[in-house]
Design a protein around this ligand. Structure first.
Ligand SMILES: [Cu+2]
Length: 431
């Protein structure tokens, strides 16, 4: 359902009330705890939740921890809880270590790219004392996905928890920016500055505030522009994704996802995400390709190979309802990688066709193109009914952990986030 302005006004009001309530509670005496405590930190959040064939998923995905500043005591545990359809990880580093790149070349003369095991597979034990790196591996929704990552902190100190996929290092000062939280571990028995109840209330208020902020970009994200094409046809410009809030919010949708056009018209999909790569993929009733193809190794973790069928373009310029058509991976607009940021198809045959972003299909990023018979010279539809062939994407059957990785993959991270932030400091005209 499309949210109204009123909904957001209510959301903002609610957020303000929650914050006010939180201030009042904060003035209460700090709590002293005797035994070890388990704290909850939400990993990510989402807004504008819609029912899709992949379940209830938010159009907006927020790359943040709630809270992103936490004080606990020695011996306490944090339960990092996944709170979004977008996948994340949780990492805490050994001194001097930086976030690993999410995608790495295979090397050794290979042209293949790999999803980095350091990012996507768990490492370390269930406690962190600042000396050795620990990581959750990918956290993702679904029956086989990791939803909770519990870590105990035996030693007082100042630490950082971060999602390495949605953070990067600022070379100017060496600090990690993006999806990062500050953690203070006090001596055992110290008074806590906040209760979990206060933390939860502040988290919900922050999520509401982020939702209200992201909603300001709804109209721009959902826009479809049209302009004249050859021979009296129309070209429709459809957005693939959209980024707001300095890269902290990604809209995982195609604009006008149930678009109706006429035979001979063109759809031009335009990348509008800063860092999240997307695809436009028509499987025409065939099987959805896996994004990651794990290759077992004689020892150690599997190689997480990015499927060339997804990475590379396929099909032609004209779609007639059959065959595998794929844009290849369209990198984000702030990604310095070469390659087109648009993908165009001419639709030659009436029908209703489903397409997906292979990378974010699990987050509801899919759409339909309904092609009506060519318009008459009078500009009216000929009145003939479009054929409705049964096109469909693959089912969720047999989707294992690796399938889930494929379904929710985002290449964002590393220095790209930084590039975005640096660019957005300069005044630019918004598109
Ligand atoms: Cu996508």
């Amino acid at each position: 359902m499309k949210a109204t302005r009123l909904t957001y006004a209510v959301a903002i009001l609610l957020a303000m009330l929650l914050m006010a309530a939180n201030v009042q509670r904060s003035s209460a005496a700090p709590t002293k705890q005797s035994g070890p405590t388990t704290w909850t930190v939400l990993v990510g959040a989402e807004a504008e939740v819609q029912q899709t064939d992949k379940g209830a998923v938010g159009a907006w995905q927020f790359m943040r921890f709630y809270p992103d500043n936490l004080t606990i005591n020695e011996g306490d545990t944090i339960d990092f809880k996944l709170n979004s359809a977008e996948f994340h990880n949780v990492m805490l580093f050994a001194p001097g270590q930086q976030p690993p790149q999410s995608i790495i070349p295979e090397g050794g003369g290979s042209h293949r790219m790999l999803a980095n095991a350091a990012t996507f597979l768990p490492q370390g034990g269930n406690s962190y004392d600042g000396s050795a790196t620990v990581g959750s591996g990918q956290m993702v929704r679904g029956p086989q996905g990791l939803q909770d990552y519990k870590l105990t902190f035996p030693k007082a100190g100042s630490y950082q928890y971060l999602c390495s996929i949605h953070s990067g290092v600022n070379p100017a000062n060496g600090q990690i920016m993006g999806m990062v939280g500050k953690l203070t571990v006090q001596a055992a028995g110290s008074a806590y500055p906040q209760t979990q109840q206060q933390i939860d209330a502040a988290a919900q208020a922050a999520i509401q505030a982020d939702a209200a902020e992201a909603a300001k970009s709804d109209a721009e994200a959902q826009k479809v522009a049209t302009h004249p094409g050859p021979n009296g046809s129309t070209i429709y410009s459809v957005n693939m994704g959209y980024t707001a809030m300095n890269g902290m919010a990604d809209w995982m949708r195609f604009s006008q996802p149930d678009i109706q056009i006429h035979q001979g018209d063109t759809i031009e999909w335009m990348q509008k995400a800063a860092m999240a790569p997307h695809t436009v993929t028509f499987v025409s009733g065939g099987k959805e390709p896996d994004f990651i193809q794990p290759e077992p190794q004689p020892a150690g973790p599997p190689k997480l190979v990015i499927n060339p069928q997804v990475a590379l373009p396929a099909g032609g310029k004209t779609y007639s309802g059959s065959g595998y058509f794929n844009s290849g991976i369209i990198e984000g607009t702030m990604n310095p990688a070469p390659g087109s940021r648009t993908y165009s198809l001419i639709f030659a045959k009436p029908g209703r066709y489903e397409y997906i972003c292979v990378i974010h299909d699990q987050e509801g990023m899919s759409g339909y193109v309904t092609v009506l018979a060519a318009q008459t010279s009078g500009g009216q539809s000929s009145g003939s009914q479009p054929m409705m062939p049964q096109t469909g994407s693959g089912t969720l059957d047999n989707v294992g952990t690796w399938g889930l990785i494929a379904g929710t993959f985002t290449l964002a991270g590393g220095l790209l986030l930084l590039a975005l932030r640096l660019r957005q400091r300069r005044p630019t005209t918004s598109r």
